[in-house]
Each structure stands twice: as structure tokens, then as C-alpha cells.
Design a binder for this molecule. Structure first.
Ligand code: ADP
Length: 231
């Protein structure tokens, strides 16, 4: 499996948010790192087909991002996820499953299994408005997995998770990364260190580093800190 980004660009009126980004991605976990405004969300939203690039192309195994087939291989957790506060966790997953076109019988089984996977099985019948931030985030991760995506895009998935949840999440992602392409953004260096096979560091709409964390650990740490000083 292969995701190809070919000179992907997003230009707003007077701002180039993503600037001719090219990359070939294969099975594994990619960590997208960068200060606020670097272009991470814009890039992820283009890969999910929510935003249209103003230049370049995106395809997965020959499927263009704009085609129907692409949607069925995609799982996405946006940064600001819209939950329905009066739904229970189970209702919410069943609702998302119907939007994704899963048959009802299979959706129920799948939802129950995913709630277990993110350790929410005991809260399945509780309303989402009673969930903590970390629990909502775990529910968001569960909905992204409903269709067994080959391409999983997670925009700051560890935000709001406590240390225990974070470790559980890392294990889950490592597992998914064995069979899928996972791209996640984070501000947290230790997330990258523990989850990502490949680091993509973004600045001003471009990748300024792509490679293994271990290969360049000290430089990357220093560089990352400097970006935050500038910001
Ligand atoms: P990140 O996710 O890394 O914080 P974003 O992708 O949100 O970065 O933003 C990248 C740049 O694009 C920022 O300078 C931001 O201000 C700009 N930008 C994002 N969305 C818009 C928009 N709708 N109109 C104009 N500029 C935008």
C-alpha cells in the first residue's frame, strides 16, 4: 500500500499554508511535528479530502483523494471533534457507522469491540456529556477505526489523554501501524519518540526533516525547541 503526495499545495489569498509537499508513505506510523501554524492540519485535511489542494495531487494505491473508493479506506480523527452530548458512546459509534455505510448488524459487533479496545466498554451506555476529555478522545479514536481503515489520519490524538491512556494509545497505534498507514500530529516529543517509525517535521508549509527519530535525535530536539522560541 502506498500513499503518494505529489507537490501538494494549499494557498489561501495571501498565505501558502502547505507548499509543494511531496512524499511517498507506506505501512507504518508517521509522526507529524511542527509549531502552530506550520501547516499540519491543512495537510491532514487535504489528505482526508475535506480541503481541496490548490496544486498537486494525492492518491492511495491509484485511487485519487476525490474518488468514492478513497473514502472507504480512510479513518480520520479531526482536532475538534463534534460529539453529540446526549448520545451514549454506543449510540455515537452506531451513528458514525451508519454514516460510513456499515450494515447495522455488523456495526453493533464492531462498535462493541472498539469500545473494548479503547477501554470504554463500561461506559458504553453513558452519555457522552458525562465523559472526561480523555474518554471523549478515546471515543473519537474508536470512530476513526470503524471501517478498518488502511489510511488512518489523527490530528493531535493524544491531546487530553492522561499518562495511562497515552501508553495504551501508543500500543494500539503501533498495532494498527503494522497493517496500515498511520499519520498523526502531535506537539509532544515523547509521543513521536515512542510511536512514530518516521518523523516528519513541518515548518512554513514544508517538510524540513523526514526520517527516523533515533538517527537525528539531538538535532531534532534542539531544532524543535527553537521553533517554539520563534513562535
Ligand atoms: P497547524 O495545524 O500546523 O497549526 P494550520 O494548517 O492550521 O497549521 O495553518 C497553517 C497556516 O495556514 C497558518 O498560517 C494559518 O493561519 C493559515 N490558515 C489556515 N486556515 C486558513 C484559512 N481558512 N484562511 C487563511 N489562512 C489559513
Amino acid at each position: 500500500m502506498e500513499l503518494i503526495l505529489d507537490r501538494v499545495t494549499k494557498q489561501y489569498q495571501n498565505k501558502i499554508a502547505v507548499d509543494r509537499v511531496s512524499l511517498r508513505m507506506y505501512k507504518g506510523v508517521y509522526g507529524l511535528l511542527g509549531a502552530n501554524g506550520a501547516g499540519k492540519s491543512t495537510l491532514m485535511r487535504m489528505i482526508c479530502g475535506i480541503l481541496h489542494p490548490t496544486g498537486g495531487s494525492i492518491s492511495f494505491d491509484g485511487l485519487d483523494v476525490s474518488c468514492e473508493g478513497y473514502r472507504s479506506i480512510l479513518g480520520y480523527l479531526p482536532q475538534d471533534f463534534g460529539y453529540y452530548p446526549d448520545f451514549t458512546g454506543m449510540d455515537f459509534l452506531l451513528y458514525m457507522a451508519s454514516l460510513k455505510g456499515l450494515p447495522r448488524s455488523c456495526a453493533k459487533r464492531k462498535a462493541a469491540r472498539l469500545l473494548e479496545l479503547v477501554d470504554l466498554q463500561d461506559k458504553a451506555r453513558k452519555k457522552v456529556k458525562s465523559y472526561s476529555g480523555g474518554m471523549k478522545q478515546r471515543l473519537g479514536i474508536a470512530q476513526a477505526l470503524l471501517n478498518d481503515p488502511k489510511l488512518l489520519i489523527l490530528d493531535e490524538p493524544t491531546a487530553g489523554l492522561d499518562p495511562r491512556e497515552r501508553i495504551r494509545f501508543r500500543n494500539l497505534i503501533a498495532d494498527i501501524g503494522k497493517d496500515s498507514i498511520v499519520l498523526l500530529s502531535t506537539h509532544i516529543l515523547s509521543d513521536i519518540e515512542h510511536i512514530a517509525d518516521t518523523v516528519l517535521m513541518m515548518k512554513d508549509g514544508q517538510f524540513i526533516y523526514q526520517g527516523k527519530w533515533e538517527d537525528n535525535r539531538e538535532d531534532l530536539e534542539t531544532f524543535y525547541m527553537e521553533q517554539f522560541k520563534e513562535a
